[in-house]
Design a protein around this ligand. Sequence first.
Ligand SMILES: Nc1ncnc2c1ncn2[C@@H]1O[C@H](COP(=O)(O)OP(=O)(O)O)[C@@H](O)[C@H]1O
Ligand SMILES: [Mg+2]
Length: 422
Amino acid sequence: MFVRELSPEVISRISAGEVLEGPTDCVKELIENSLDANASRVKVEIVKGGKRYISVLDDGTGIHPEDLPLVIRNHTTSKIASFEDIFKIPYYGFRGEALHSIASVSRLVIRSKHYTQEVCYELKAEGGRVCYVRPSACSAGTQVEVYDLFYNLPVRRKFLRKEDTERKKIVELIKVYAMARPDVSFELISDGKRVLFLPRANSYRERLEELFGERFEERLVEDQYIRVRSLISVEPSKAQVYFFVNSRPVYNRELLEFIRGRAGKAKVVIFLEVPPYLVDTNVHPKKREVKFYKEGIIKELISEAFERKHTSVLAQPKERYGEKFEVLGSIDDTIAVVRIGDFIYFFDQHLLSERENYEKGMVEDMACRSSIKAGHKLTKQQIESLVKKWFSFENKETCPHGRPLYYRIYIGDVYKKLGRSF
Ligand SMILES: Nc1ncnc2c1ncn2[C@@H]1O[C@H](COP(=O)(O)OP(=O)(O)O)[C@@H](O)[C@H]1O
Ligand SMILES: [Mg+2]
């Protein structure tokens, strides 16, 4: 007998190498988990470029104490339940592999307080084996600490990149996630020194300007399904292109080349929002590469964003947003339900009215106080008038405090759910 089955432990260690090349991948996975847990604050700490120590601390929903020993098992996830779910997930993660991989090749401590619990718990694992789970002291959210990555894979540890190289990669990585999520504050401490601190920003533009110290112009171009938000540096600067799809930093060679060809000497950041079924993020183990259906349309919209580079945002043709709409009703006198094109929009009536007042020139506080409140009954005509005004807003996305004005669902998805074609 020459063949034998490898023990699960050996298999885990081997496959950990596929998910994790080094500390940077580890930090990436942990940041994504924090964002998936709805964190508004992410603090990363590294020692020796992450080789000796990595900690990612967040103020998210936390992990339930009963789940603590489960999250480091393979393919355990709270994010999807069926295969179909991966076509609509709003999460960064879904394979349930990251914590398992990290745990298999490090000494790991997870401290977490679930939002439903009074007490915080701590789990320690070594080489994937749970040492203990016990009550601990910590504040709301989660902290994952990773000591001595690859300590039990000495050859791999030896071939890790230099500390300095890894540190730079981690700084760049955090910047990229900070671009994608201006609503979250990010901090990086490296060898005891704070090297990055980005407080929560009110818009993509504000975050980018803070990050690069340059001015950016923002354009929004959309059709029925796809929305392209592009931010282009105003003064000539070091040409750089960043590309995000549904808030995920991704790589697609063809599109990157396409964007570079138009960017000239500018920094360009493109955020593409597409219905999840038009993009396949599952083609790459690290979900870095994506495939698009309807790539032609995406290119057209991107081109359009560049053509308008020197015109004002207000000059955008309004019909882009579809002048036709239908008020379907209201939920709890708080959320206006409106069909626009192939989407059902759920507008927060208070925020919509607040934005309107704000755009008319009031300051934040006044705009808030003089706005229609949640729970106030509106007639269909009043909702119609609010939506009409919304079409002309300069910022159609958020209230003056940064909360989203609406949530929308694609009607095609509803049809699909019901087994009908759209
Ligand atoms: N920072 C965190 N806050 C809350 N829950 C977390 C956090 N990190 C991990 N988890 C939980 O652990 C599970 C496993 O994480 P992971 O191995 O990265 O897989 P995935 O992100 O693909 O679900 C997640 O599905 C989530 O339920
Ligand atoms: Mg994950």
